[in-house]
Design a protein around this ligand. Structure first.
Ligand SMILES: Cc1ncc(COP(=O)(O)O)c(C=O)c1O
Length: 479
């Protein structure tokens, strides 16, 4: 990961890489003093007469940020997440959504797999298993207090499970401590066959990549163990030391100062502090572990009939294949055909439906389908032209969603849009799609010269070897 700083040091690490990755970032307003937006700095002035529109359209006062690492822990605990606070609420709001709308402007769409940790653009969240406003702010504060970057989990045990999954040690040396940690380690042992050794095992038994896991003070006795001693033991064999510091949260103990490679907390205890939060925290010494933990966290661990989706799919597919369909006028069908190349949905597998598919899905084919547009540029533009579809990942909600799927899935072509139909009237949804197709098509026609003729080629000569989509995209439409 580029940059070794993290929240709590000087400024956040992702900025360097982001500037390299995404031109649209350059268009975005920097903070008043030229520093990047981000964690590790907290505002020192507000100039309300010099406001800029933030990502969510809110007016965002131009603010200067001071270096949070120079402040005392009690101040850090309250202010380390200030740069991520894009609302007026004094208490951080609870967001119930599982999915977040992408920026409306196509030029600001930044593919998920091209982003790097952390999600320090306050409004760049995508899917709540990956990040939310709340978790990013919590991680910003904890990373500052623990003095190393951290990832939060749904429980302390989940954090420990993440740790052993990350390292996949052949041997774990572990002593007395919370029984749940031992239970989790046994679960990890099932698929991995890792060997569990006592804390004071023969040192020669430990090898490179193995783990000593120390709990101190120990649950339930409160007895303390010497962190530096076990760090030296681990490092002398090329192994790692993780410390469960749940019983001694900051500022009582900083295991990193005494050689720990990982620090774990059951955030359910002192970090939550009110017995109303289940949470795990894993802080890491080496920042390159961070991205892996976040990737792993993303992948940790309905059928409903949609007559509406079926109607929309059929109407679009009929237009594309030149069949009459009462849901669309001939002018609308023409515009669909101009923009849409293919429609995919189980309901269109006519051969399969005569053999096995109808038996397998007797009650309908589900509310998700995809459309392939004639160029990636059209696919990128379309979501911003729609009024009834949120441009967001995920599916299965009552709200209709559309996603330029390459935003989160690097394996699909860039001309594909995935649609999850919600409970809105299908007539309205189809109307919205058609006006969107018209809008993107008009936009292209509106541009004169090469773009118009290139699109005409795309439509009339889709198989011509002279026509190259990349040519259009790179030269004219900035995909
Ligand atoms: C020392 C210690 N570590 C880890 C855990 C597990 O944390 P959680 O209950 O948040 O999963 C506990 C729980 O009591 C604990 O006491």
């Amino acid at each position: 990961m580029p940059g070794s700083s993290f929240p709590g040091k000087q400024c956040y690490p992702a900025v360097e890489s982001r500037d390299k990755i995404a031109d649209p970032r350059k268009e975005r307003p920097e903070r008043a003093n030229g520093q990047p937006r981000g964690v590790g700095r907290t505002p020192i002035t507000e100039q309300s007469n010099n406001t800029s529109a933030d990502d969510n359209g809110q007016a965002n006062s131009t603010r200067q940020f001071l270096d949070i690492s120079s402040l005392s822990p009690s101040t850090q605990a309250i202010h380390a997440d200030d740069p991520l606070n894009v609302v007026d609420d004094v208490a951080p709001p609870i967001h119930v959504t599982t999915t977040f709308r992408y920026p409306r402007e196509p030029e600001r769409l930044r593919l998920y797999h091209e982003r790097s940790y952390p999600i320090f653009e306050p409004t760049e969240h995508c899917y709540s298993r990956q990040s939310t406003h709340g978790t990013s702010r919590l991680e910003a504060v904890l990373s500052t207090l623990l003095k190393n970057p951290c990832v939060t989990y749904t429980s302390g045990l989940a954090a420990f499970h993440a740790l052993v999954t990350l390292l996949n040690p052949k041997k774990v040396s572990i002593g007395a401590g919370y029984h749940g940690i031992h239970g989790t380690l046994k679960l990890h042992q099932r698929p991995t066959d890792c060997k569990i050794l006592p804390l004071n095992c023969d040192l020669n038994e430990l090898c490179e990549g193995d783990l000593i896991h120390l709990e101190t003070p120990v649950n339930p006795t409160g007895r303390a163990l010497n962190i530096q001693y076990y760090a030296d033991r681990a490092h002398s064999r090329g192994a790692y030391l993780s410390v469960d510091s749940t019983f001694a949260p900051p500022p009582l103990q900083d295991p990193f100062q005494h050689g720990a490679d990982f620090v774990l907390h059951s955030g359910t205890k002192y970090i939550g502090g009110h017995s109303d939060l289940l949470c795990g925290v894993l802080a890491v010494k080496q920042t390159e572990w961070l991205q892996k933990l976040l990737d792993d966290r993303l992948f940790w661990v309905q059928s409903w009939v949609s007559e509406s989706a079926q109607r929309i799919v059929t109407a679009l597919n009929d237009a594309v294949t030149g069949k009459q369909n009462s849901s669309l006028s001939s002018a609308d069908a023409e515009i669909v055909r101009t923009v849409v190349k293919e429609v995919h949905h189980a309901s269109l597998q006519t051969e399969d439906s005569q053999t096995w598919l109808k038996k397998q899905m007797p009650n309908g084919y589900g509310p998700v389908f995809s459309i392939v547009l004639r160029t990636p540029a059209l696919a990128k533009q379309l979501p911003s032209k729609l009024h009834l579809f949120h441009h967001a990942t995920s599916l299965g909600g009552v709200e209709s969603l559309i996603e330029w799927r390459t935003m989160t899935d690097a394996t699909v072509d860039k001309d594909l849009l995935r649609i999850s139909v919600g409970v809105e009237d299908p007539k309205d949804l189809l109307g919205d799609l058609v006006q969107g197709f018209r809008a993107v098509n008009n936009r292209l026609v509106f541009f004169e010269g090469m773009r118009v003729s290139s699109v005409a080629k795309a439509f009339y000569l889709p198989n011509s070897s002279k026509y190259s989509e990349e040519h259009i995209d790179n030269d004219y439409l900035d995909i």
